[in-house]
Design a protein around this ligand. Structure first.
Ligand SMILES: NC(=O)c1ccc[n+]([C@@H]2O[C@H](COP(=O)([O-])OP(=O)(O)OC[C@H]3O[C@@H](n4cnc5c(N)ncnc54)[C@H](OP(=O)(O)O)[C@@H]3O)[C@@H](O)[C@H]2O)c1
Length: 375
């Protein structure tokens, strides 16, 4: 490996889990963050986990000082992994730094508006410098890309042409939230939504989608995922993509009502900013907190994808199951970094998991971290 792997946000909850996976794998990451004291302490904590000849090092960078973030990425061979969120507020400097260096970039965002910006606005800029941007490379939204592509492949193998893909994200065993997830969700309440209909990305939220999960009907709240951009690349006949988050359980329909009101109101000039200021008051200041290791171990990721034809007949279904959301996110971010830094990615611009690595490498990599097809 000639490039460096930089773990920006390493002192946060998800960043620390990611740094641990990277160190154990011998990646010798550069731990980056805004506090020298926290970085020095973390470097010490991780010292025993990996090969002693490849210790982690650290470098200070603050999202409020874009030059310090740019200084993290010095070569096109570098890979910048970032968990510094909320991304709508703090994510821009890391994307720009990676594009500027023509380097690799992986993030943990689940925020639809930021994701759309990275695909639509940053993609062409990244393609021009040779940068590879892999946003939302965690629980949001890799398992849905995996299950969606497998379901499409099955329908194609049966000689059918899927035009609709619907994906539902569920968690078994409880969904505790980290400080960063709470802050990002609070910021998303009034953010613009999107869905894909008739081959076009629209600013409309889809409706609540219902899935059969282990014999029970479970509702999922519509959200903008990376699948809206990536699955039509995998199969250009796919025209409608819906992604839903199912972990709100019986509150899903009520949350959909509130979310629709908030996102509609946010399009009225001045109201979005007022709502944001309102939700800003409930965004926690703390960082680095989240479910205990014991609670994380009880959680399981379960993602369902189904394809349909143009008149709504179901053609195929794939279900993937794996570790809980935070452990899975850390494993996925570290795996993508390893694939990028060892030159195993293809293409440039903003890429989905299948675009960057191909479906078969993705299936293999996910299986190694315990995320596999169960149906
Ligand atoms: N897609 C998914 O499935 C998934 C899974 C997990 C997390 N996430 C997302 O990842 C993000 C982080 O989550 P988390 O649980 O790790 O949150 P967290 O514990 O609150 O960590 C946030 C990190 O951002 C850093 N930070 C804040 N302001 C900064 C600044 N100005 N400059 C540099 N660093 C700054 C914090 O630094 P300090 O340590 O110095 O406070 C901390 O390291 C959130 O947006 C969350 O939604 C997504």
């Amino acid at each position: 490996m000639t490039g460096r792997v930089i773990c920006f946000g390493a002192t946060g909850y998800t960043g620390r889990l990611t740094a641990e996976v990277m160190v154990r794998a011998g990646m010798a990451p550069v731990l980056a963050g805004r506090s020298p004291e926290a970085l020095a302490a973390l470097t010490g904590d991780l010292a025993g986990l990996g090969p002693i000849d490849l210790p982690a090092t650290w470098q200070v960078a603050d999202a409020s000082d874009p030059d310090s973030v740019r200084a993290l990425v010095t070569s096109p061979d570098d890979v910048l992994v970032t968990t510094v969120g909320p991304f709508a507020r703090l994510g821009r400097p890391a994307v720009d730094a990676a594009i500027n260096a023509g380097a690799g970039y992986v993030d943990s965002t689940g925020e639809p508006a930021f994701l759309r910006e990275v695909f639509e606005d940053d993609g062409p800029r990244a393609a021009a410098t040779g940068a590879r941007l892999l946003p939302a490379f965690g629980y949001d939204y890799v398992p849905g890309n995996l299950a969606g592509a497998l379901a499409i492949e099955d329908a194609q193998a049966a000689g059918r042409a899927p035009t609709v893909v619907e994906i539902g994200y569920f968690v078994r065993g409880g969904m505790g939230m980290s400080s960063g997830t709470r802050a990002s969700v609070a910021g998303m309440l009034d953010a613009p939504v999107f869905s894909r209909r008739n081959g076009v990305l629209t600013g409309q939220a889809g409706s609540v989608i219902s899935f059969d999960v282990n014999g029970k009907q479970r509702d999922a709240l519509p959200v903008g995922g990376s699948e809206h951009f990536t699955l039509p690349r995998f199969d250009p006949q796919v025209r409608d993509v819906s992604v839903g988050l199912g972990w709100a359980g019986r509150w899903t329909k009520a949350a959909h009502g509130i979310g629709t009101v908030m996102s509609t109101a946010s399009r009225v000039p001045g109201v979005g900013a007022a709502l944001r200021a309102g939700t800003g008051r409930v965004i926690p200041d703390e960082t680095g907190t989240g479910p205990s290791a014991e609670d994380r171990a009880k959680a399981r990721t379960l993602v369902v994808a189904r394809t349909k034809d143009g008149v709504g007949r179901e053609l195929s279904r794939a279900v993937v199951e794996g570790p809980g959301p935070y452990d899975l996110t850390a494993e996925l971010l570290a795996w993508a970094a390893a694939m990028l830094v060892t030159g195993q990615a293809r293409g440039a611009g903003t890429l989905g998991p299948v675009d960057a690595f191909g479906l078969h490498a993705l299936v293999d990599g996910c299986a190694r971290m315990g995320l596999a097809r169960v149906e």
